[in-house]
Design a protein around this ligand. Structure first.
Ligand code: PBG
Length: 342
């Protein structure tokens, strides 16, 4: 169909302020509404803790011992937030990250406990990566090549497969591979299907940039690389084409949900992926984005509530179907109070 061309009338025929004259009108024409039912709350579970530990770099967030996970998850479910994304912090690390795929590992036990108590009431997604589990802090298996340590892509895939299967065995509804290695979705889909988990969803961190905004997370999960950085596997922030290609490749490999991460500096990429990928798109409002708002609000330089609202709105408006955010619980509370800054 040919599109109809309409000239936007100019002032004084057009007075855009007419549409903004009161709140009911603004709500009527606003075009979108945020809902806690499209949010995912990340949760950190640490082995060997007795009490929840505050995370310095993420004020208001905690690492939980296994014994406190269900209590925290109750507070998530009670607020109508339907899903969690579980990160494990193991006691022991080694060069092969072997705690990551143990059936008795910290994530596996947490997932089992949550699914045992909440069943279908709560969607449990688990982060599938190695960086919290390897002594070197990289997201896979390292080999020495021309006197340099580098991440061996294909060897890493076997491990990711094992990790994902162990999470599915524990009851995870969704596995979320975040290492950004080539072929990770294909390998995981194959591994899951071979073990009879053809209903386990894959939410791929498909477009994941090498970003400074993960800083606070790395403190929270103690996953800072011991040397080097992640620029050989995570994406270069400059290329939108590469960003789109990575998500589309993951769709072809069988990802049920794709993801853009971080969110705020990459809103254009969220729109691009949303336009082209035929699956739901998640955006990860990452630790650095949480920390920036929190620090500025603590100084009194920014209104936390309004800023969070504006940020989550921008991510949604850009096209995200799902937002993974550390603000999920407080946001649900503000919705409950009928708060809106608009
Ligand atoms: C693990 C992983 C990271 C994040 C999620 N999964 C860290 C990284 O890639 O360095 C970051 C989440 C956040 O910053 O909130 N690979």
């Amino acid at each position: 169909m040919e599109s109809i061309k309409v000239e936007t009338p100019v002032f004084p025929l057009n007075r855009p302020r007419r549409l903004r004259s009161n709140k009911s009108l603004r709500d009527l024409v606003g075009g979108m509404r945020l809902d806690q039912r499209t949010l995912i709350m990340p949760i950190f579970v640490e082995e060997g803790l007795n009490e929840p530990q505050p995370i310095q770099s993420l004020p208001g967030q905690y690492r939980y011992p296994l014994s406190h996970v269900n209590e925290f998850v109750s507070s998530i479910a009670d607020r109508g937030v339907p899903a969690i994304l579980v990160f494990g912090v193991p006691k022991n690390k080694d060069s092969m990250g072997s705690e990551a795929y143990k059936r008795s590992g910290v994530v596996q036990r947490a997932v089992e406990a949550v699914k045992g108590s909440f069943g279908d009431e709560l969607i449990v997604a688990s982060d599938v990566c190695m960086c919290q589990y390897t002594s070197h802090g990289h997201c896979g298996i390292l080999v020495e090549r021309s006197e340099r340590q580098s991440l061996d892509n294909d060897m890493t895939l076997d491990y990711l497969q094992r990790i994902a299967v162990s999470h599915a065995e524990s009851g995870a509804d969704v596995v979320a591979p975040s290492s950004n290695t080539d072929g990770m979705v294909k390998a995981i889909r194959q591994g899951l299907d071979e073990e009879g988990f053809n209903q386990t969803l894959i939410m791929s961190y498909s477009t994941k940039f090498a970003s400074s905004f993960y800083g606070p997370f790395r403190e929270a999960a103690s996953s800072t690389p011991a040397f080097g950085d992640r620029r050989t596997y995570q994406l270069d922030p400059r290329s939108a084409r590469e960003a789109l290609k990575e998500s589309l490749m993951d769709v072809e490999e069988g990802a049920d949900i794709v993801m853009v991460k971080p969110a705020l500096a990459y809103l254009d990429i969220i729109s691009l992926v949303k336009e082209q990928a035929p699956v739901p798109v998640a955006a990860y409002n990452v630790s650095g984005e949480y920390a920036m708002v929190t620090a500025a609000a603590q100084k009194g330089w920014i209104d936390r509530k309004k800023a969070v609202w504006e940020i989550l709105t921008s991510i949604k408006r850009a096209g995200a179907d799902i937002i993974i955010t550390y603000f999920a619980l407080e946001f649900a509370d503000w919705l409950e109070e009928n708060y809106s800054p608009f």
